[in-house]
Design a protein around this ligand. Structure first.
Ligand SMILES: NC(=O)c1ccc[n+]([C@@H]2O[C@H](COP(=O)([O-])OP(=O)(O)OC[C@H]3O[C@@H](n4cnc5c(N)ncnc54)[C@H](OP(=O)(O)O)[C@@H]3O)[C@@H](O)[C@H]2O)c1
Length: 327
């Protein structure tokens, strides 16, 4: 199934008919995905850590009757873990592992904890992965629009012989097979995600900051620099996605822009560093660093957040949104 593209025609929701689906965690992904699944006719039970968690109230607000994670797991034929990744192992061993029914299906939305061994599912359950490639609210919006977010699916353990059908039905129920989902391994999904977040999100965000800081230091008005650093990119990314990068550069942008992109763009990207980050990720070093950071209470993240929030660019962004709105 690796690299295979799956569409609606490849999946049948019937495989989940008369099956109870436990949604464990009702946050950024859990809530929107659960709403889509309910609209697709699946029978859901929502498991939340405790009544004091904000997810409990959110589930009630949406018309569900949340129960404890133990109760939801014990009742379910398919348990879909949508908890934040770092606390997953502790919650899994305290409330899920021993309550899983034999021959049930354990689904994840990210392969991190299984790949790195923090969660070792029992041998008598299916272990699958489905992840839509986008934030939860977009998953929901696209579903309501009759479309979906493309996703990745994987089967790590198949004890019933139809684990692939189960995970395809899951993907179909949130709209991800309307546009296509690709088969990957748990390793590819996890390391690919960690690599993309470091290089692409990290790189682009810091490039935007460098563009802004350099222009402001060079005497440009901050609002002008802000528009250059963020807004101009926003307007072209969708076009490149729709028609392709080459078509955009050579036909939709100006010839000056094309020359600028082709001549100076490559100087900005350090391929050696990109490769280093790729290798560190493959060796599990990024995962180890992140787990250590989480265990210590995220000291570096809190410090970097503070510095980021106080930056000139953030301040300008707030003014920009007040003055220019969505224009
Ligand atoms: N966010 C994304 O866009 C995205 C994209 C693709 C895949 N994923 C994957 O989706 C999964 C869920 O991620 P998410 O972003 O949806 O996570 P999240 O919103 O941060 O948290 C999800 C749920 O975990 C609960 N939770 C967090 N800490 C807990 C604790 N100590 N005890 C009990 N419950 C706890 C939260 O409860 P409260 O709300 O009550 O705190 C919430 O219900 C992860 O595997 C992630 O990698 C996320």
């Amino acid at each position: 199934m690796e690299n295979q593209i799956f569409l609606d025609k490849d999946a049948d929701l019937k495989v989940l008919e008369n099956k109870k689906i436990a949604i464990i965690g009702y946050g950024i992904q859990g809530r929107p995905q659960a709403l889509c699944m309910r609209d697709s006719g699946l029978d859901l039970i929502i498991g939340v850590g405790s009544k004091t968690r904000s997810s409990w109230g959110a589930a009630i607000e949406d018309g569900f009757e949340p129960v404890s994670i133990e109760e939801a797991t014990a009742a379910a034929d398919l348990v879909y873990i949508l908890l934040a990744d770092p606390p997953q192992p502790e919650i899994y061993y305290a409330s899920i592992h021993e309550h899983l029914k034999p021959n049930s299906t354990l689904a994840f939305c990210h392969g991190f904890n299984v790949l790195y061994g923090a969660i070792k599912p029992p041998e008598n359950v299916n272990v699958v992965l489905f992840v839509p490639n986008g934030p939860g609210h977009t998953v929901r919006q696209k579903y309501l629009d009759g479309s979906g977010i493309y996703g990745a699916i994987s089967v790590e353990q198949d004890v019933t012989g139809n684990a692939l059908d189960m995970v395809l039905a899951l993907a179909k129920s949130v709209g991800s097979l309307r546009v296509g989902s690709v088969g990957v391994t748990f390793q590819q999904e996890t390391e690919g995600d960690n690599f993309e977040e470091q290089v692409l999100y990290g790189g682009v965000i810091h490039l935007m900051k460098a563009t802004f800081d350099t222009m402001v230091a060079g005497g440009y008005p901050p609002h002008f620099a802000y528009a250059k650093a963020i807004r101009s990119l926003r307007t072209v990314v969708d076009v490149m996605d729709e028609i392709g990068i080459e078509e955009y550069i050579s036909r939709r942008s100006s010839r000056t822009c094309e020359f600028a992109v082709r001549k100076s763009g490559p100087r900005v990207v350090n391929y050696e560093e990109v490769q280093k980050i790729f290798d560190e990720t493959e060796r599990g070093e990024f995962a180890a660093n992140w787990m250590q950071e989480w265990t210590l209470g995220m000291p570096r993240l809190h410090r970097m957040r503070r510095t980021g929030a106080e930056s000139k660019m953030e301040q300008t962004g707030r003014e920009w949104r007040e003055n220019f709105g969505k224009g």
